[in-house]
Design a protein around this ligand. Structure first.
Ligand code: FDA
Length: 301
């Protein structure tokens, strides 16, 4: 089994996930997860805001099969929205429909999302629907469409590894979209498998949305893509208000600060919460060098 597959396998292991919840942030996860509590997370947001960096806040959560767990997640997200408003933070929300009950019952999930989006709308806070694996792709877009009938403060993610991403980006061009390469292991019949194919499609999608879309979040740690985008926006006179760069909390920190200092809009994806295990394992799968985060944490005690 390749190292990537091994970490994806670990990320999907429910028993390890619940074992990890019993402990605080471990295995180096504290480098890439902003905190367990909302208070710790607010501190991290304020630090980043001081650097002119906005945040998209994700209450971590996976393997939600009980309605009570989805309701608990919803309440936590509502609490975060209230704090963002009360403390006047430069931040918005990222959430995963599965955490709000998509795998339990579509209508139940929709009602949970609606409550979140409505409160955020009241405070003029944006809510991003993160995209998960292919099995949830179409139902997630359906939720977006249904909620968009009432609310305009929502957007989502386009994953460049899917063959149908081009079709999706055209269809949803009037939304604020985050464009990513894609983090899950997907079968050959739905997704590109090689890095070069994914990278090529990634650039194509970014260019399309920069030229035709509402607002583009370019979410990558790939300096080649970032440099390409910088040249592309200059060439096409695309104003800063039309796009931002995004990276995950704890990754390429210097580059995050530098991009903000250069005057680009920059947004850090800030995951928090007790359910850090699956998120952390997926980051190890993407880049096994991230294991150095683990060793540093273990040996620097
Ligand atoms: P990739 O991993 O392809 O790396 C390309 C090159 O960049 C590397 O070869 C290396 O040279 C350099 N590099 C990358 N990371 C580095 C590091 N830490 N230090 C030094 N050099 C580095 N996925 C998904 O399916 N659904 C979603 O909703 C989201 N949401 C999301 C939000 C945000 C803000 C980000 C940044 C990413 C996501 N993703 C995601 C994850 C995304 O799909 C993808 O898996 C990861 O970002 C990894 O791909 P990259 O584009 O970062 O570079």
């Amino acid at each position: 089994m390749a190292l990537k597959d091994f970490f994806i396998y670990l990320s999907e292991n429910r028993i390890l996930n619940s074992a990890a919840q019993r402990y605080g942030l471990r295995l180096g996860a504290q480098s890439v997860v902003a905190g367990v509590s909302i208070e710790e997370t607010v501190k991290s947001i304020k630090e980043l805001n001081k650097q002119n960096i906005s945040c998209t806040v994700d209450n971590l959560g996976e393997f939600v099969y009980e309605k009570s767990e989805a309701i608990e997640a919803k309440n936590k997200i509502l609490e975060v929205i209230q704090v963002i408003h009360d403390e006047n933070l430069d931040a918005h929300i990222s959430l995963k429909p599965s955490q709000l009950g998509l795998d339990i019952e579509y209508e139940f999930c929709k009602e949970n999302l609606k409550e979140i989006v409505a409160l955020a709308h009241q405070y003029n806070i944006f809510v991003n629907f993160d995209m998960e694996d292919y099995a949830r792709l179409h139902s997630s877009f359906e939720l977006l469409e249904e909620l968009n009938k009432e609310f305009d403060n929502i957007g989502t993610v386009i994953q460049a590894y899917f063959f149908e991403s081009e079709e999706l980006i055209e269809k949803y061009k009037d939304f604020r979209l985050r464009i990513v390469k894609g983090a899950y292991k997907e079968p050959e019949n739905v997704a590109y498998q090689t890095k070069s194919e994914i990278d090529k499609n990634y650039i194509k999608l970014i260019e399309y949305h920069l030229l035709n879309g509402k607002f583009t979040s370019i979410a990558t740690h790939d300096h080649r893509v970032i440099n390409h985008v910088k040249a592309f926006v200059k060439k096409h006179n695309i104003p800063n208000e039309k796009f931002e760069f995004q990276m995950l909390y704890g990754f390429r920190k210097e580059m995050q600060y530098d991009l903000a200092k250069e005057g680009f809009n920059f947004c850090t994806y800030l995951p928090f919460g007790k359910d850090w295990y699956g998120y952390f394992m997926r980051r190890l799968a993407e880049r096994p060098q991230n294991l150095s985060l683990v060793t540093k944490q273990v040996f620097n005690k």
